[in-house]
Ligand binder design. Structure first.
Ligand code: ZN
Length: 306
């Protein structure tokens, strides 16, 4: 099938040396480095939970509440026992957060669509994908980087000046050209300035490193995404390779329907864009919706957790 063909075309984008590449078992998925693969696997193992009904969520450990940041817990909903996720803060105290409920199927479809969209973008136009990742990452602001360079130059120049003044002060002190009192005062002044300058230099260098890292990460993200072009299903393996976390925001329901937003935080890429989608309505069997949770209006805690 052409799917395999597509994957081999991806090869030209990849930076991973051939000796370090492995194929994800039993899939036609792209080649990733052993390190990346091992990391994802370790996460899956640590997040796997034993369940009574043998349902293991592929999203285990990845789903967070967009408001409070806590994980969303898996539950059953309605007569048909749909799997839904609900904010775990809300589940304990309905006043501490809102439910942020999301149907498992909705979540699955939205995340798959998001990955498909960005994988396609990265495959078709690598530069555009890299630029998008950089744009979305505030730390990678090119102008900020430029300013940093001149600020760093200035700070280093002043540091050298102060060091020279220091040396001269000692000479003046030794030759008796300066009083002990003035010597002590100036030494203190220069020392304080030197310490401050060192802090500034360190901060700027750190910020510049972050910009460089962001650029490296954006390239890594685009290459990783491009490798998943043609992805048709989500598994714990591919999710943990691609995604750091998924934030779920409160659903908005109107007469016209329900809408929900998720934000996928990608490995290397961070938050690229939010995804808005039509969510499943909560009305069941013609009855108007009662209290969604907390008062036992149909939710039952599933034995599995995430
Ligand atoms: Zn919450």
């Amino acid at each position: 099938m052409c799917k395999t063909e597509v994957i081999f075309k991806v090869g030209k984008y990849r930076n991973v040396p051939e000796s370090e590449q492995i194929r994800v078992d039993n899939t036609h998925e792209p080649l990733v480095s052993q390190e990346l693969f091992d990391g994802a696997n370790a996460k899956i193992q640590s997040r796997r939970r034993d369940t009574k009904n043998n349902f293991v969520s592929i999203f285990a450990g990845l789903i967070k509440c967009g408001t409070c940041g806590k994980s969303l817990g898996l539950r059953y909903w309605g007569k048909d026992k749909h799997h839904i996720y609900v904010c775990s803060t809300y589940a304990q105290n309905t006043k501490a957060c809102s439910d942020h409920r999301i149907f498992y199927e909705d979540l699955y479809n939205a995340v798959l669509a998001d990955i498909q969209y960005h994988a396609h973008l990265a495959f078709e136009d690598r530069e555009k994908a890299i630029a998008l990742a950089l744009k979305m990452n505030a730390k990678a602001d090119g102008n900020k980087g430029k300013n940093n360079e001149s600020r760093l130059k200035q700070a280093k120049k002043r540091y050298e000046e102060v060091t020279r003044l220091f040396d001269r002060l000692y000479e003046d002190s030794l030759s008796g050209r300066i009083s002990n009192e003035n010597f002590a005062r100036l030494i203190d002044k220069y020392q304080t300035e030197q310490e401050k300058l060192l802090e500034v230099i360190e901060d700027i260098e750190h910020a510049m490193q972050e910009v460089r890292d962001s650029q490296k990460n954006a390239v890594q993200w685009a290459d990783l995404m491009a490798g998943f072009v043609g992805i048709e299903e989500l598994t714990a393996e591919n999710l943990n390779l691609l995604v750091e976390r998924i934030e779920v925001f409160e659903r908005m329901e109107t007469e016209a329907g329900a809408e929900q937003v998720i934000k996928v935080c990608y490995r290397f890429g961070g938050y690229i864009q939010e995804r808005r989608f039509k969510a499943t309505m909560l009305i069941r069997h013609g009855r108007r919706r009662k209290c969604p949770l907390g008062e036992g209006a149909g939710d039952e805690k599933a034995p599995s957790v995430s």
